[in-house]
Design a protein around this ligand. Structure first.
Ligand code: ASP
Ligand code: MG
Length: 465
């Protein structure tokens, strides 16, 4: 098989882990052609973001100290990972040259005293540049041919939307396959840096946090891989958060659309656009654990096996949000009310997670992240209260509970089972939303009620069996 295997930051977080990953790849490469994609080691991307914050705040001392911590960490990991002294020396040279470039960039940004979206993407792409060298040398250390390539080097070309870029797939496909095919036929294992590519002018761009998943599926589509594996520190997509529900199980199979819903709800954080490149060629994805390789994880395909299709496949939760209820008689039959509310909030930079409007049109409820709540309420009070809105009610600390599963579509009685089992726990439901795709039924409860409601639903739909 031709496989693209992506490892997350924790999977390559320590010398011990990197050695295990290299061994895993070496074993699997005996029967398969493998392309690896790697995230930055541990929290490196967070560290780089902190450097950018320090530059913005003109705190040069802090920027320098984070850089030296980051430098030390990588050199130490490299040193403890590689046993062959020649390979270790070659790795040290590579790392030092990359770290020098990073230092130069950082000092340039400090001198200019500014962080532009373009320089930020260049800065935060360094985590992956460092990790792929270490991982690729760890494979060399096992006497197996390997080469490290950044997203730019392998040929991922994107638009110039820094921080949220998208690949230009036709150009990318051509370049990536031209670069990778010869390496694969010569039995090299390419280790590709996730998260970043470059625009048509050669400026480094990133895909947004968690973007290495997206890199993996882009590469898979370009070289027509048979499967993509996302390896991380969880066993797969789970029927519920195992920290909340002891009997939570790995879901064996889900469809792309279900996985997309689950990714958005953060059951396991997957970059939401990761599924796009897989759809047309129907390349299956496996979500697996690096630390429990005997577990086959969750398989994501276009058409999951009938046997695995349950009405509801998982109960997920987004905790600690704010609920805002807006009312007013003048909202009734007045076109543009919703538009005004949403545009005003959008201008203030408030992201809305959930919306519901009563058919009488006299009330609209929204849910926003707790961090956005103050800003949202202030904006509404300043700009809309007393005009289109007569009254606003705010509830702090609510949770969104969402049930996901395509088997809900057209199945009668799901809602009654959902709300019946929640009612038995004497939990009050404050707001409900279901899209007409019926793939996702979401409702809001007080955060203090959420654990018991999730458990009740997990039991009701027998997700632990
Ligand atoms: N290193 C990047 C991040 O932490 C990309 C990734 O891990 O997928 O967001
Ligand atoms: Mg990461």
């Amino acid at each position: 098989m031709r496989l693209v295997i992506k490892f997350g930051g924790t999977s390559v977080g320590t010398p011990k882990h990197i050695k295990a990953v290299a061994k895993f790849i070496q074993i699997n490469s005996k029967k398969n052609q493998i392309v690896m994609v790697c995230s930055a080691i541990g929290d490196t991307t967070d560290d780089l973001l902190e450097i950018s914050d320090s530059i913005k705040k003109e705190n040069r001392v802090k920027a320098d100290s984070i850089l030296s911590k980051l430098t030390k960490k990588h050199l130490q990991i490299a040193n403890e990972t590689i046993s062959n002294s020649v390979i270790r020396k070659s790795l040290d040279q590579k790392l030092e040259s990359i770290l020098n470039e990073l230092k130069g960039l950082m000092h340039g940004m400090i001198l200019l005293g500014e962080v532009t979206p373009q320089s930020l993407d260049y800065l935060i792409s360094f985590g992956e540049r460092l990790s792929i060298e270490i991982v690729s040398h760890a494979i060399l250390d096992l006497k197996t041919k390997s080469v490290a390539l950044t997203g730019k080097e392998v040929g991922i070309v994107t638009d110039s939307n820094f921080g949220q870029s998208k690949p230009l797939m036709d150009t990318t496909r051509l370049r990536v396959s031209t670069n990778l095919e010869p390496l694969l036929s010569k039995k090299f294992i390419p280790v590709i840096g996730g998260f970043a590519g470059a625009d048509q002018h050669g400026h480094v761009t990133t895909f947004g946090r968690g973007g290495s998943d997206y890199t993996a599926t882009i590469i898979a589509s370009c070289i027509r891989a048979d499967e993509v594996w996302l390896m991380s520190d969880v066993d797969g997509l789970m029927s519920a958060d195992p920290k909340m529900v002891k009997t939570a199980k790995v879901i064996p199979e889900v469809s792309y659309v279900e996985a997309m819903e689950m990714a958005l709800f953060g059951a396991k954080q997957i970059h939401p656009r990761s599924f796009e490149p897989l759809l047309s060629k129907k390349i299956p994805m496996r979500i697996r654990s690096t630390f429990n390789v005997n577990n086959t994880g969750t398989l994501v395909t276009a058409n999951p096996d009938e046997k695995t299709n349950k009405t509801v496949k998982c109960v997920s939760v987004i905790r600690h949000n704010g609920l805002i209820d807006m009312r007013g008689g003048s909202m009734v039959g007045a076109p543009g009310t919703a538009a005004t509310i949403f545009t005003t909030l959008a201008k203030a930079g408030v992201n809305i997670m959930m919306i519901s409007q009563s058919p009488s049109e006299s009330s609209i409820s929204i849910v926003v992240k707790k961090n956005d709540l103050d800003k949202a309420v202030n904006t509404i009070e300043m700009e809309l209260l007393g005009k289109i809105i007569k009254k606003i009610d705010v509830t702090t600390d609510v949770s969104i509970i969402a049930l996901i599963g395509s088997g809900m579509r057209g199945t009668i009685g799901v809602a009654s089972r959902v709300f019946g089992s929640v009612a038995k726990r004497k939990t009050n439901v404050m707001m409900i939303a279901q899209g007409s795709s019926e793939l996702n039924l979401a409702f809001v409860v007080k955060d203090s009620d959420c654990a018991s409601a999730v458990q009740a639903l997990h039991d009701e739909f027998r997700l632990g069996n």
